[in-house]
Design a protein around this ligand. Structure first.
Ligand code: ATP
Ligand code: MG
Length: 566
């Protein structure tokens, strides 16, 4: 490609609002342009990166035995009614009607469509196991699109769906997909981590997320300092607490005028937050439900939303509702004498002699003890908090530490949550009707492009890993317009690359050398060959590998050998 013909020059754009490095660099290097919130146009150079990423994904999916299909973006409501997701999904699902007033949605994911295909086409165990994938546009009306293509509304995903006859066969398929994802990310030279994860809207029992490690990542990963335990903070657990000590203090009601937050309570009474509990009120299916966590802990809303009888997604009660249910304002409520169902985090349940609200405005209790002062059924002791760094790891090996990551892939063990409601069945070898066990496997193609840049850039710009780079070599011709020698040598290098199948970008523009170098650094193409009159007089060009600081004077042939990896 000749850079003078590239649709968009680099650098000109300087958006002040880009929150993360990858987004800023993608705009400046001319990879993308925003059309509206969460909607992007991919420019020629950006699209080349997408194609590279897709090629690696395709090769590895094909290698693992999956078959490529292509399903429509627009999906009929009927199928979503069959699984119940038409009503269960929130406004993230963009619903609309066609000219006949029939309901449709833009596909945020394709479980319904693929399971419908399967039930129509596959009837015998002989056709199993099978795994279908596609690389397709998805639409999710994200509440907060941000970080550019990292969290867009329209984006490209590779999604795959597997069908197995039994658990043993499914375990092999899942393991193969786990390995396949690891191979894909390894080929892209990414530093990544696979972690246990929450299953969210997709449903099913278990899932693993693949995270590209990056400071700017939206997700927190908790991992054990020993062994291989790693989980998304949304799901991570700590080791079980030590058994609860025996009560040592009497229960006392103390006046705490105007004191409500944990910090204020601790200040006022001279206790540590870890010796207090806080009580949060959420909506239940019938009444309000109380959730109790230790004063220094944070409620994990995803874990809490899974509790029986609690409304999912979690909805906090308003002050008036709390007052009506508990007889006091939120700052003075507590688990003792609590009249609504009360779930207690297991760390809070392991406390003795703790401080809590007295369910009377401006009063707290000290020396409170479970069992003695408030009953505690085993079923009500649960894990509903976020783990903290330094907590004991659940695998018994060391403590938990945190890393930040960008979720680029998510694989799910679905069981029969889709095959059952959609009545997809096959006949096994004995002629019995069997409901297949499904898995689904998502990977964000466009998010991957941003994640790759997050992990591969410096102050000057992008530093593409070779397997995904838009071009392998950047031929920067200085004074191309005016110097015949430069033009001849640069054209010759470029033609040689084209013939050899090496993706080359020739900077033939009439720009100052300083601008050309800065933009070459910004674009981050792995190999750079600068062709200038001065060097040519000695028979040389200047070669630089983007990851390394130094230029080398080499003959054009020697420079090309570097590009080819010889
Ligand atoms: P997140 O928690 O980031 O919203 P998710 O759990 O909703 O992700 P999945 O439904 O598992 O994501 O989708 C599979 C993959 O699609 C994700 O791992 C991610 O790489 C990508 N993806 C999901 N939402 C978006 C988005 N809004 N923009 C770009 N890529 C996305
Ligand atoms: Mg999401």
């Amino acid at each position: 490609m000749r850079q003078s013909q590239l649709l968009v020059p680099t650098i000109k754009e300087n958006p002040a609002d880009a929150e993360v490095a990858s987004h800023r660099l993608m705009l400046r290097a001319g990879l993308i342009r925003q059309v509206a919130s969460g909607l992007y146009t991919w420019l020629p150079t950006g699209l080349r990166v997408i194609r590279q990423v897709e090629a690696i994904i395709r090769e590895e999916l094909n290698r693992s035995g999956a078959q490529e299909v292509l399903m429509p973006v627009v999906q009929p409501a009927e199928l979503w009614h069959e699984t119940g997701r038409w009503t269960k999904m929130g406004p993230e699902l963009l619903r609309f009607q066609d000219r006949h007033d029939r309901d449709f949605c833009l596909g945020p994911t394709h479980e319904e469509i693929i399971t419908d295909l399967f039930r129509r086409e596959v009837h015998s165990y002989r056709q199993m196991p099978c795994n279908f994938y596609q690389i397709q546009t998805k639409f999710r009306d994200e509440i907060r699109p941000r970080f550019g293509v990292m969290r867009a509304r329209e984006f490209t995903m590779k999604d795959a769906y597997s069908f197995d006859l039994d658990e043993a066969s499914f375990a092999d398929t899942y393991r193969e997909m786990y390995d396949c994802y690891s191979r894909i990310l390894t080929r892209m030279a990414l530093d990544f981590r696979a972690v246990d994860a929450d299953t969210g809207n997709i449903g099913g029992a278990n899932s693993h997320e693949f995270h590209v490690l990056a400071e700017s990542g939206e997700d927190v990963i908790a991992y054990a300092t020993g062994g291989d335990y790693a989980a998304n903070l949304e799901k991570a657990e700590a080791a079980l607490p030590e058994p609860r000590p025996k009560p040592g203090q009497q229960l006392e009601k103390v006046a705490t005028p105007g004191v409500s937050s944990i910090a204020e309570v601790c200040d006022f009474l001279g206790v540590e937050p870890a010796q207090t509990v806080k009580t949060l009120m959420v909506r239940g299916e019938e009444n309000l439900v109380a959730l109790v966590v230790r004063g220094d802990h944070e409620l994990n809303e995803l874990k809490a939303a899974r509790l029986p009888g609690v409304v999912d997604p979690l909805a906090f009660a308003g002050d008036d509702e709390v007052l009506a249910a508990m007889g006091s304002r939120p700052g003075s409520i507590g688990p003792i004498g609590c009249s609504v169902p009360c779930f207690v985090d297991r760390e809070a349940a392991a406390l003795a002699d703790f401080v809590c609200g007295a369910n009377e405005d401006n009063f707290h209790l000290t020396g409170a003890n479970w069992e003695r002062d408030a009953t505690l059924d085993a079923g009500l002791v649960v894990d509903i908090r976020n783990v903290l760094e330094g907590d004991k790891a659940p695998n018994g090996q060391g403590t938990l530490k945190f890393l930040r990551g960008i979720e680029v892939g998510h694989i799910f063990q679905l069981g029969t949550v889709y095959s059952e409601p959609l009545q997809a069945t096959v006949l096994d070898g004995q002629g019995n009707s069997v409901t297949p066990i499904m898995g689904c496997y998502g990977m964000g193609v466009t998010r991957l492009v941003a994640a790759i840049i997050e992990q591969n850039h410096d102050e000057a710009g992008i530093v593409w890993p070779e397997p995904v780079a838009p071009y392998l070599v950047h031929i920067v011709a200085l004074n191309y317009e005016k110097s015949e020698a430069v033009r001849a040598a640069a054209d010759d290098l470029y033609e040689t690359c084209v013939k050899a199948g090496i993706a080359a970008l020739l900077d033939d523009r009439d720009e100052r050398p300083g601008v050309k170098f800065a933009e070459a650094d910004l674009l981050g193409i792995p190999h750079r060959i600068v062709v200038g009159e001065r060097g040519l007089k000695q028979g040389n060009v200047e070669y630089r590998y983007r990851r390394e600081p130094d230029n080398q004077a080499l003959t054009p042939e020697a420079a090309l050998q570097r590009v080819a990896g010889d």
